[in-house]
Design a protein around this ligand. Structure first.
Ligand code: ZN
Ligand code: ZN
Length: 135
């Protein structure tokens, strides 16, 4: 995988995981035991473009699937910037160099850009709160 493909893959992986988590919380998707052995399972996507088409595999069978089949299918051209920008969800514009730093951090933690911004904002708020309460 090229760095661009890797970035696209990670982005779609997280998007698919978010979709599963959301559908699970809504009761639209019911967690099942591992389809091979019946143990506690995690959701696996054969294809990240099919957000809710999952198979349920335990940790070991999930690893085995990827050893046999490699990466899940994905859209090589989709990137986070295609779906949204920071300014779509937050009503202020961040300086370019800050966006770059956020993207680098998001990449490291396999988060979406907006999610990374939320995490960083929350950390900053928590820090401020704890500093204020010390005074
Ligand atoms: Zn998988
Ligand atoms: Zn299993």
């Amino acid at each position: 995988m090229t760095p661009e493909q890797r970035r696209s893959y990670k982005y779609q992986q997280q998007r698919a995981h978010s979709a599963v988590a959301m559908a699970g919380a809504n009761g639209d998707l019911i967690k099942q035991p591992c389809e091979r052995c019946g143990l506690n399972a995690e959701a696996h996507h054969d294809d990240y473009r099919e957000l809710l088409a999952v198979r349920w595999l335990c940790f070991n069978h999930h690893r085995q699937w990827h050893t046999t089949n490699g990466y899940a299918q994905y859209d090589e051209t989709a990137l986070p910037s295609d779906d949204f920008t920071v300014t779509d969800t937050l009503s202020f514009r961040l300086p370019e160099r800050l966006v770059k730093r956020i993207d680098a951090q998001a990449d490291k933690e396999t988060r979406l850009r907006t999610n990374m911004v939320q995490v960083l904002l929350q950390e900053a708020l928590d820090k401020r709160e704890s500093e204020t309460s010390k005074r």
